[in-house]
Ligand binder design. Structure first.
Ligand code: MG
Length: 391
């Protein structure tokens, strides 16, 4: 196979970045890996773009803290899992979890895209092949943080976005209603009303945005929602409160989901041990396609599902489609629909954007991830050639 000759790290930041909101799709960092024939693959990481660039490009310090570009140059990209392990071991000193693994995720996704292109095969075939005939995405309905709006106003926004999602073709949604100041009773009532409004043929999950500090409070709210056919309850507690998650998962009438910030199968083993029903790794953070497959395999032998988190650009959306296509215990995946957000990068960084019809998407076609970067968008928003502060 043609060998790797270049690794480029491209941080992208848009004027849509808003410190008062909670939208990770307004920036990204793209990694582009190129082989000796000039063929490239792309990946991205959902982590601070300039930090990822500095991490990947930092000069080698010693055997456990190496420059990742140097590790990759001259290597055969086809040995995907071996390369992941080499990258992991080459950065074991600063890496292992968090940012180091988020950075590795972008590289691993890019390597899959590159190898798929070299072989003229879709990435899902590199992951073991087709395990379903159609893809099932769910649309996250995120009205943004309240920012001065009343609960009723935010709930009305949720309703309008749900209608739009159904109109686009989705038949599964997740309601992300983050309203810290609302009493639990009001929040439960708003969710129950929204759930009834969409009808029983639509799958509905709920994201609580790390609302409760104590599992008993979360349990009381979930018990009140027990009869509303909620597919899973995401992020009810603080992310690292695994003891609370375990208490809640043991008693909740609704499946508990979480883990969007976690990295590697080692961290997800802790979520499995806590009894979490639905693991939600993000491919652009947990260690890429190589590591999420390992996480899914661990989940499968313990009778759990994986519903990947994804709130970035078309690169992550494509990686999600291929993972879902190839993974038996992944019943659906999160899709940030460009029409439902305001992100220029989500709408325009990659093309084509496949359609959702009657709740499903066609299996992705390759080669690789099956997407192209819009180079004009890349040039317009890259911040490594100018000061980020001048945005
Ligand atoms: Mg979430």
């Amino acid at each position: 196979m043609p060998l790797i000759v270049d690794v480029e790290v491209i941080p992208l930041m848009t004027p849509e970045i808003e410190a008062e909101d909670c939208d990770g799709s307004t920036d990204t960092v793209v990694v582009r890996v190129t082989d000796e024939n000039g063929v490239s693959g792309v990946g991205e990481s959902d982590a601070p773009p300039l930090a990822v660039k500095a991490y990947i490009e930092h000069p080698t310090l010693h055997v456990w803290s190496q420059n990742l570009r140097d590790v990759l140059i001259g290597r055969d990209p086809f040995e995907l899992a071996a390369l992941y392990d080499t990258l992991y071991e080459s950065t074991i000193y600063p890496g292992r979890r968090g940012l180091g693994i988020h950075a590795l995720s972008a590289i691993d996704i890019a390597l899959h895209d590159l190898v798929g292109k070299q072989l003229a095969r879709p990435v899902f075939q590199l992951l073991g092949g087709r395990r379903r005939d159609a893809l099932v995405p769910y649309a996250t309905i995120f009205p943004g943080l309240p920012q001065g709006r009343s609960l009723d106003e935010v709930v009305a926004d949720v309703g309008a976005k749900v209608d739009r999602a159904l109109e686009i073709g989705f038949r599964a949604v997740k309601i992300a209603l983050f309203y810290e100041g609302a009493p639990d009773a009001d929040l439960v009532e708003a969710l129950a009303r929204t759930r009834e409004r969409v009808g029983e043929r639509v799958t509905v999950a709920v994201d609580f945005g790390f609302r409760w500090r104590e599992w008993r409070d979360a349990l009381r709210a979930l018990e009140r929602l027990a009869d509303y056919d909620i597919a899973f309850a995401e992020a009810p507690l603080a992310h690292d409160d695994l003891e609370g998650h375990a208490e809640l998962a043991a008693r909740s009438p609704i499946r508990i989901g979480g883990g969007e910030f976690s990295a590697t199968r080692f961290e997800f083993r802790e979520w499995l041990d806590a009894g979490i029903d639905v693991l939600e790794p993000d491919i652009s953070r947990c260690g890429g396609l190589t590591e999420i497959r390992r996480i899914a395999d661990e989940a499968a032998v313990r009778s759990r599902t994986v519903v990947p988190h994804g709130w970035k650009t078309g690169i992550t959306a494509a990686a999600q489609r291929h993972f879902h296509a190839a993974t038996p215990n992944c019943p659906m995946f999160e899709l940030l629909a460009p029409e439902l957000g305001r992100s220029t990068l989500r709408a325009r960084l990659t093309y084509p954007e496949p359609a959702v019809r009657d709740g499903v998407m066609e299996l992705p076609e390759g080669p690789g991830l099956g997407i192209e970067l819009d180079e004009e968008v890349v040039e317009r928003y890259r911040v490594d050639r100018r000061e980020a502060a001048s945005l």
